[in-house]
Design a protein around this ligand. Structure first.
Ligand code: PLP
Length: 447
């Protein structure tokens, strides 16, 4: 496709390397230019309107164009646009946000540590776990177990935690000390006749076998998303988290809940941990924390984690970790206002109330000849698609349906052949119907 010289599309091709993109395909075809947003909708540079069926990247909880967040950023920008939290300095917005997150946490937490992305938060966790084990005089206890198809980010450590081939291939990852265990996808992983509960117990047994084969004294932590997102929206089978937590307790292994997608209402509860009875020692938060209006993320740690770290920092003389933007005052002020909106407008309640409609419309698509499985919880779900013609080319059918949705005014996201839906939490019932009407028409068009 050729674009006008100097157009945004042409200059994008000329100057920008894009995330998660086939660069040669982009050079040939260009990108969709999004110009502005309003509520659940975004508009491209030709004025065409799209439902943002993924809330950006699972993140814009309060919708686009929220004036209160613009005003909160402006106020803080005028008062103190930047300060840091190194070496016994602090500022009001980071303190207020830390206090707020500790108060909201589903289990007792001691401290919040701020970062700017989900990847940085999980990367920080890997370092905290190592630092703590050294502080406890257990230098051999450093390995972290994650799951195949888990998604935890893209830094060297967080990409290693991620259990998806594209995040490892050609990057020489995963790095040593990160292990992966069974993905809890019942339909794909269960043997014929195996119930969800039996499958969950088998996942826990696989975990225990891995711990025993590595040596329990070498395993420091286990990380998981309450509901797997980027791996294809995989909802845990019945009894999964209970079975996993029993194994972790038995071998004194820390539990890290990656709430980067689930946090702040996505599952119809404030946290995915609340939804599934997870009692984490460490939580990572981002995305809906600020509705991604500004980049910010947080690591919450309980006292079991904090105390040895504090002790080690006294022994060494410092906790030698920190980002220039840790607790950035404008990002923190926006996050605080965003959390106030989520609470005042009861957006978690909205997700809970609209979930039956969302899931009913999603599950109705399962009857389509291209559909294999619909799965979801709260306001997050996926439809897995399949056609024999593309059996050897995973993702091709998903991409075709995604294109058909774009043409009809819906931005979705295909993770391979899993079509994800994760709209802003401000969505209404009529808008849910509008979204799935387009999805249905797109499936028909491709079939
Ligand atoms: N953890 C989870 C569960 C995620 O879904 C993501 C991003 O999608 C990340 C971590 C990484 O976050 P970021 O892209 O902000 O680095």
């Amino acid at each position: 496709m050729s674009y006008q010289p100097n157009s945004t599309e042409a200059r994008d091709i000329a100057y920008q390397l894009h995330s998660y993109t086939n660069a040669r395909k982009l050079e040939a075809e260009g990108s969709l230019v999004i110009e502005r947003g309003e509520g659940i909708y975004v508009f491209d540079n030709n004025g065409k309107r799209y439902i943002e069926g993924m809330a950006g990247l699972w993140s814009v909880a309060v919708g686009f164009g929220e004036k209160r967040l613009i005003e909160a950023a402006t106020r803080q920008m005028a008062k103190l646009p930047y300060y840091h939290t190194f070496t016994q300095k602090t500022h009001g917005p980071s303190v207020d946000l830390a206090e707020k997150l500790i108060a909201m946490a589903p289990v007792p937490m001691s401290k919040a540590y701020f970062t700017s992305s989900g990847s940085e938060a999980n990367d920080t966790v890997v370092k905290l776990v190592r630092y703590r084990s050294n502080a406890l005089g257990q230098p051999e206890k450093k390995k972290i177990i994650s799951r195949f198809k888990g998604y935890h980010g893209v830094t060297l450590a967080s990409a290693s935690l991620t259990g998806l081939p594209n995040n490892h291939r050609s990057f020489d990852l995963p790095m040593p000390g990160i292990l992966h265990t069974t993905c809890p996808h019942h339909r794909a992983g269960a043997v014929p006749g195996e119930s969800e509960l039996e499958f969950s117990k088998r996942c826990a047994k696989d975990l225990e076998d891995l711990i025993l084969s590595e040596g329990p004294e070498t395993i420091a932590a286990f990380i998981g998303e309450p509901v797997m997102g980027a791996g294809g929206v995989i909802v845990p089978p019945t009894g999964y988290w209970q079975a996993i937590q029993a194994v972790l307790k038995k071998y004194d292994i820390l539990l890290i809940a990656d709430e980067v997608i689930c946090g702040f209402g996505r599952t119809g509860e404030m946290f995915g941990s609340t939804k599934y009875g997870i009692e984490p020692d460490i939580m990572t938060l981002s995305k809906q924390l600020s509705s991604s209006y500004l980049p910010i993320s947080a690591v919450l740690i309980n006292d079991r984690v904090y105390q040895p770290i504090a002790e080690e920092s006294a022994n060494i003389g410092t906790f030698g970790h920190g980002y220039t933007a840790s607790g950035h005052p404008v990002a923190a002020a926006v996050a605080l206002e965003n959390l106030a909106i989520i609470e005042e407008r009861d957006l978690v309640g909205n997700a809970h109330r609209l979930s039956p409609r969302f899931l009913a419309r999603l599950r109705a698509l399962e009857a389509h000849p291209l559909a294999v499985e619909a799965r979801g919880v709260g306001l997050i779900g996926a439809l897995e698609v399949y056609h024999a013609a593309f059996a050897d080319e995973p993702g091709v059918l998903g991409a075709m349906i995604n294109r058909a949705m774009h043409e009809r005014g819906l931005i979705g996201r295909n993770m391979g052949d899993a079509m994800a839906f994760c709209p802003p939490l401000v969505i209404t019932q009529a808008q849910i119907d509008e979204m799935f009407d387009i999805a249905e028409a797109s499936l028909d068009a491709v079939h």
